[in-house]
Every structure is written in C-alpha cells, then in structure tokens.
Design a protein around this ligand. Sequence first.
Ligand code: GUN
Length: 283
Amino acid sequence: MSAIIIDGKATAKAIRHALKAEIAELGLTPGLTTVLVGDDPASEVYVRSKGKIAKRLGFKSESIRLPAKTSQPELVEYIQRLNADKTVHGILVQLPLPAHIDEQVIIETIDPQKDVDGFHPYNVGRLSIGVPTFIPCTPLGVQKLLEAYNLDPFGKHVVIVGRSNIVGKPQALIFVQKAAWANATVTICHSRTQNIAEITRQADILVAAIGQANFITADMVKEGVIAIDVGVNRWEDGTLCGDIDFKGVAEKAYAITPVPGGVGPMTIAMLMYNTVQAAKLYR
Ligand code: GUN
C-alpha cells in the first residue's frame, strides 16, 4: 500500500483563501512587521517568503533589516516603537538572533497582543493552560494539516522528536489539550533520549523536529504511522531534505508529509492566520 502524501502547499493555499474572506469582513488592513538582524541566508529566505505572502493577502507588510552588529538595547528600542505603532498588529523577530543578543529578552519585549509567533511567556502560559492565545505557527500548522486530512489525534500516541521552544514543546502542549484535534497521549523524545527507536516505534503519529537530515529511518517507525516532518535540512548541493527518510518511511506509513511542500507552507499560512487574529484584537 502506498502512503497518502500530505500536501501542505495545497492545504496552505486553501487556508489563505479562507483568510482572504475573513480579511474582507475585517474592515481594516492587518499589519505585519518582520525584523531580521544579520544576514543568515536561510532566515533571509524565510523572511522574504513571509513578506511576499503577507503582501499577496493585502496586509500592510514591512520587513526591517538590521545589521548583525545591532546592539540589544537598539533592538529593544525598535520593538518598543513597533509595540506603540497602531498600524502594526503582528511583530515577528526572526530567530536565531546574533549571539550577543539575548533572545529571551527580545521575545519578552514584544507586546503579547502582537506576538504572532506565540513565543512570549504570556502566550506560552496561556497555551499550556488551554485558553485562546497565539499558538506558535509551525506546531499549529501541523495540527491544521492533520485536521485537513481528517487524521484525528484523539486517543492516539503522538511521539514528538525534538524539544525546542519553537516546535517540540508547543507541539506537545497542543496535542495534549482537552480540545478538538488534540486529546492525544504525548511523548517528547530528544537528543539525550535512550533507546529512541523503541519509543518512536510506538508512535501512531510521529512529529520529527530534531534538525538532523533523515534522522528517522524506516526501522524506527511502525506500519501505518502518520509521519510529520518538520525538518528543513540542506544537502551540500542545495537540495532540501527533512528529518525523516522519506523514501524508506513512506513504504510503511499510512500518511507522510514531504519536504519541501509539507509543513513549511503551513507555517507561513499560520503566521497570516495569527496576524489576522491580532488585527481583530484592535477592532
Ligand atoms: N526561526 C525558525 N522558525 C521560526 C519561527 O517560527 N519564528 C521565528 N520568529 N523565527 C523562527
């Protein structure tokens, strides 16, 4: 049996289409400002595509580029200005930041009402409790992908490989909630987990977000797994690959996301979704 290939590109397109209708009803222009410090090439690509899609949806979209030598107080001041700007509903500071800047200080400077990444401790706390809040875009995109394919995590064992604040931890918080498209039993594995394959083989739904090319091989999954690949790794020749060995795992999986074209487009669609929600707070 061949696996269902989960099409994130098409799903993201449908979500953007629905958002357009929501924006038309809103009666104001959502404003999204992205801030990129330094010139990390991967971050540049991400920020550019975020800006492009925001513009296509009719947002007021601004991308601020600051030199790598920008000091922490300078960046804090920039963000405070954006916090005070009524035309800016969402602020996204692209991570990672240069080593001389404390990421947590920057995240906590962003007004929680404009924190469309959902990284501020206020929003992380609200997610943990299970009340409405901004939810980090990538793990929210994973949940929406499952929903789009009617793959309900209810009662299933979701195994997450990776414990980052951007994906692994919020992914666990999302799926453990007593809520629609959640109610799962959740395990988080990471680089220090012993006998990791024994745990990943128990997964009904496996979310790989560890940042190592082809880390999850066919012997690490069970027959019929739903395999979600959050990894974006680049080979020396520039081609992309995920954290899951697609070819091998697809032979055992019920459904699997490709890289590219799986989770990636959903992340950006969720950023647009969060920005529209942020704009609604200002109505
Ligand atoms: N770097 C990698 N992923 C993300 C993300 O979702 N948001 C931000 N701000 N930076 C990132």
